[in-house]
Design a protein around this ligand. Structure first.
Ligand code: GAP
Length: 514
């Protein structure tokens, strides 16, 4: 794990050095948990969004998109439950003056016990080799059983405290477990108290008429409050979905692991409206559909897993996360929730208007049930970088840092390089660029040796480089180099567009999900 953390640190530096992600407001020493995307980052991010958007709106004729505003009527957040219940339990250490999430401190304690169990298993696996029966070992080894019993007891106590929102008990668990502040090393803790994660501001021109409004903490509510508009104007028949991509804001207290947990981030959410009683069937379908979307990126099927929720929110009757194996463990990238008719019913109650669907086939009216798929753009971005970043030792003794990005998502698809800056080679390279720039993102590069130029392109994940040399002027052929294999082949210029287009095509990527 320590080695993985070192690699992760180098990945974060790489993101800055190569124009993917910068700390926000850096010249003013930054703003915690807020980041800016640079020239390459924005291209990758836009490509991720395009892949998601087209998967939803091109591949499903019953899914349409919207773009709702960030500011919404404040009653929406009362109806959705965010004003009263979108809280984190916080605790301060009086000595270090640092603030923590009480639930995270306890979860970290649980993870430490899990680590101990895993270490016992790893040691035994090494000792027994192929004859090792892991399941039996976990069931019978006294040390594992002791740790497991401790874990079960703590987990039960923690779940009970969270379910009952018992803040005193959360503090007592922290004290009983001897959890100390990592900075001061003391257990001089304050009481635990609830902290609402929504940012608010005021709207209006005079102090008297100002209205407190919130920066949306999820894009989903913009979809719910537009359900009727879209259903009626689009003449949508159930089942149908509404997709949206947009910014969301949360005043996260534990903001760590780079862009994994940010205060301003982007979500891609889709609410799928179904007939009551059919929701669990649709939930299973969407679980599989979304997993295929992730796997089509080619980062490795074993990098993903479902984490089904045991404890469900009061409005949900099924929920799962799609987790990706980051260098800091398997972490949630996407949530899939069967949210019943909770949100639409709440809005119906608070706005006093009917939000029902009239089914022309059965002549009945009902409030639709909803399956939600909700994925973070930034976490997807991070998972792709973590899954493709490689510090590679080459056979010739050299090394290179390469991003094996899915070609379709790469910021630059083709680098166009004249071997030297003279003899008509730059002019020929420009001619090729002027032709191809309408088809995909090209980058012209004539500075430094060809080797250095290859390394620069490897570092930003460019799948193809083409070199124009003196022979090109005679035979109209270029050398095309593949990022991953580093193989070079001589091909006619007129073939370039076809070869690269096929590899970087969104259509091909979309087809991989079927
Ligand atoms: N509408 C449901 C909803 O918002 P969520 O699990 O709170 O559910 C969905 O968020 C996704 O949004 C997460 O799986 C994650 O990818 C992303 N996300 C949530 N909070 C985030 C944060 N602070 N920073 C970055 N991404 C975040």
């Amino acid at each position: 794990m320590a080695q993985q953390e070192e690699v992760f640190k180098r990945l974060v530096s790489h993101c800055k050095e190569y124009g993917f992600v910068f700390p926000s407001s850096e010249i003013y020493d930054g703003l915690a948990a807020v980041y800016d995307y640079g020239q390459n980052g924005v291209e990758l991010k836009n490509n991720i969004k395009k892949y998601w958007w087209e998967s939803m709106t091109l591949m499903h004729e019953n899914i349409v998109g919207i773009d709702s505003s960030i500011f919404m009527h404040p009653t929406i957040w009362k109806a959705s439950g965010h004003v009263d219940a979108f809280n984190d339990p916080l605790i301060d250490n009086r000595d270090s003056k640092k603030r923590y999430r009480a639930d995270v401190l306890i979860e970290e304690q649980l993870a430490k016990i899990e680590d101990k169990i895993n270490k016992e298993v790893e040691k035994a696996a090494k000792r027994f080799g192929e004859a090792f029966d892991e399941a039996k070992f976990r069931e019978t080894n006294p040390r594992v059983l002791e740790h497991q019993a401790k874990w079960n007891a703590l987990h039960q106590r923690y779940s009970d405290a969270m379910n009952a929102t018992n803040l005193d008990e959360l503090k007592q668990i922290i004290l009983d477990e001897g959890i100390v502040c990592p900075i001061s090393g003391t257990h001089n803790w304050t009481d635990v108290r609830q902290f609402n994660l929504m940012f608010s501001t005021e709207m209006g021109s005079t102090a008297d008429s100002n209205m407190k409004v919130y920066l949306r903490p999820e894009t989903a509510q913009g979809i719910f409050v537009n359900y009727l508009n879209v259903q009626k104007t689009g003449r949508m028949k159930i089942p149908f979905g509404i997709a949206q991509i947009g910014k969301a804001f949360r005043n996260e207290i534990v903001a760590r692991q780079f862009i994994f947990r940010m205060r301003e981030f982007e979500q891609m959410e889709m609410q799928f409206f179904v007939k009551p009683g059919t929701e669990l069937e649709w939930f299973d379908k969407w679980k599989q559909t979304r997993l295929k979307w992730h796997k089509a990126l080619g980062l490795g099927d074993n990098k993903y897993r479902f984490h089904d929720h045991e404890k469900l929110a009061h409005y949900a009757n099924a929920a799962t996360d799609i987790e990706f194996e980051m260098p800091f463990g398997f972490k949630e990238v996407e949530g899939i929730h069967s949210r019943t008719n909770f949100d639409l019913s709440q809005h119906e109650k608070y706005c006093g208007k009917s939000i029902k669907y009239f089914d022309p086939e059965t002549n009945e009216s009902y409030t639709p049930y909803v399956i939600e798929t909700s994925i973070g753009v930034d976490r997807t971005f991070l998972s792709i970088l973590c899954g493709t970043f490689e510090e590679e030792q080459l056979e010739n003794g050299e090394s290179r840092v390469v991003l094996h990005l899915p070609a379709t998502l790469a910021p630059v698809k083709l680098a166009i390089m004249p071997l030297v800056k003279k003899d008509g080679l730059p002019e020929k390279a420009r001619e090729i660029m002027d032709d191809l720039k309408f088809s995909f993102k090209c980058q012209y590069d004539e500075k430094d040796s060809i080797g250095k130029r290859y390394r620069r392109q490897d570092a930003i994940g460019t799948p193809f480089c083409c070199t124009i040399d003196h022979d090109t002027l005679k035979d109209n052929c270029v050398t095309l180099r593949n990022r991953d294999t580093m193989q070079q082949e001589r091909i006619p210029i007129e073939k370039l567009k076809e070869i690269v287009s096929k590899e970087v095509s969104f259509t091909e990527l979309l087809r991989k999900q079927i």
